[in-house]
Write a protein that binds this ligand. Structure first.
Ligand code: LLP
Length: 430
């Protein structure tokens, strides 16, 4: 990532700040987030929407990628809305001062009490997943005496080339209603019959960590064609299209995501072309990037405990965190670049397996990783951990969650405190 460097002490720098000093000041494991880079990413998105959609669009930050009050405040200050999928994310966004009308409430199975919370807080849009939820939302809106604006979650059937576990655009999906088998149209007709709901448009999300343009342009075409079908069959013209997130980032050498500026440009062109073909008015466009806003802006710092060589097999480098703060290798065999933060400029001529501290063999950060010479007591930096690390962290083995530090203009501050041992006990009763 372009915000990383090596200083005269041979230490890694993040946004100009010495990573070793951060580790010593705040302790490890430590999530470091470069707020300047996050803001820059937000602005790139915002400017692209301005440029290619003439301002007729909005970027919503998918807070599942990394959710805490500080990030919600930052993205909101940069003019982004926030996508939430639970009362917890909604409460976080509202507590950070995100205007409710800029919040979009997702999820394939929102509990009734969370729907009520969303209605009463006045969230801007609900994305409704299925007919049962449609009926539930309508009745809860009626009970609350409110009209609720909705988007319908549609499964376009796009096969985005990505990891199977995070592929959500297929016909066999727990998310949304598929166009192909006619369920989406039935769902849409039902939505227009609801008394307390205003159908604004449709939503889709085709997967995550996608490098190609075609799945996005193809999906835009499928979704607009569906909107034209709805106009023909229901006599209703939908005015909003939410294309979800999924823009990939670079984790390791060889990853080649398209610059998202280019995604947005190509998708906008496709939208114009299809709208012209179908004589359909250009809808208001929402985009929901998560990973591409925060992923590259994050670095996790660890202290190395043991370095154990098993001759002829491998060297285990154990760190003071692991799957509890980054479960992505255990879940997806996700690849990361690692380096020794206090020897960052040296050649990476060692090969090691980085292991966590949990009682589980699968608790690894990566295997066969090129790295500088590493000893007990060194600081290890794992790069591009800003997305889906903190947000998927756990207290397995009752390990405390690390602190999150934000960097801005060369200064650091705590955005999330490190959990204490008492935090671990706070809900326990005997
Ligand atoms: N919108 C919806 C409806 C989503 O389901 C997602 C991600 C996003 C937006 C944001 O996608 P992004 O721009 O971040 O790719 N835990 C997995 C990723 C799961 C993504 C789920 N949905 C991982 O660690 O790779």
């Amino acid at each position: 990532s372009k915000n990383l460097g090596v200083n005269e002490k041979n230490h890694l720098t993040i946004g100009g700040v010495d990573a070793v000093e951060l580790a010593e000041q705040y302790g490890t494991p430590l999530y470091v987030m470069d707020e300047d880079l996050i803001r820059e990413n937000c602005r790139l998105y915002r400017d692209s929407v301005q440029e290619f959609y003439g301002g007729h669009g909005r970027v919503l930050y998918a807070s599942k990628a990394f959710c805490c009050k500080a990030i919600c405040k930052v993205v909101s200050e940069e003019g982004l809305g926030v996508d939430v999928v639970s009362a917890g994310e909604l409460h976080t966004a509202l507590s950070a001062g995100v205007p409710a009308e800029h919040i979009c409430f997702h999820g394939n199975n929102k509990p009734a009490d969370e729907i009520e919370f969303g209605i009463l807080s006045g969230v801007g849009r609900f994305v409704v997943d299925n007919p049962d939820e449609l009926a539930l939302l309508d009745s809860l809106a009626g009970k609350a005496g409110r009209r609720v604006k909705i988007l319908l979650r549609i499964t376009p059937g796009t096969d985005a080339h990505t990891h199977d576990f995070i592929k959500t655009g297929q016909i066999d999906s727990k998310f949304g209603m598929a166009i192909e088998n006619g369920l989406a149209m039935e769902f849409t007709k039902a939505a227009y019959r609801m008394k307390n709901l205003d159908v604004c448009g449709i939503h889709c999300h085709i997967g995550s960590q996608i490098f190609e343009l075609e799945p996005f342009t193809y999906t835009a075409r499928v979704m607009l064609s569906f909107m034209a079908d709805v106009r023909r069959e229901c006599g209703e013209t939908m005015s909003e299209l939410n294309l979800g997130g999924g823009f990939g980032i670079k984790y390791v050498e060889g990853d080649q995501p398209v610059a998202y500026h280019r995604y947005l440009e190509q998708v906008a062109k496709e939208i114009d072309a299809v709208c012209a073909e179908l004589d359909f008015p250009r809808p208001f466009i929402y985009l929901e990037p998560g990973r591409s806003i925060v992923g590259s802006a994050g670095v996790t710092l660890y202290t190395v405990g043991s370095v154990k060589e098993i001759p002829g097999i491998r060297t285990y480098v154990s760190v003071d965190g692991g799957m509890t703060d980054n479960p992505r290798y255990a879940l997806y065999q996700a690849k990361y670049e690692v380096l020794v933060a206090n020897r960052a400029g040296d050649d990476a001529d060692w090969r090691v397996t980085v292991a966590g501290r949990c009682c589980e063999s699968g608790d690894l950060i990566g295997e066969n990783l090129p790295i500088q010479q590493v000893n007990s007591g060194d600081y290890l930096a794992v790069l591009a951990t800003g997305a889906y690390n903190y947000s998927m962290s756990s207290n397995y083995n009752r390990v405390q969650k690390p602190a999150v530090v934000f960097l801005k203009g060369g200064k650091s501050r705590v955005a999330v405190r490190r959990e204490s041992l008492d935090d671990i006990l706070k809900n326990d009763l005997i």
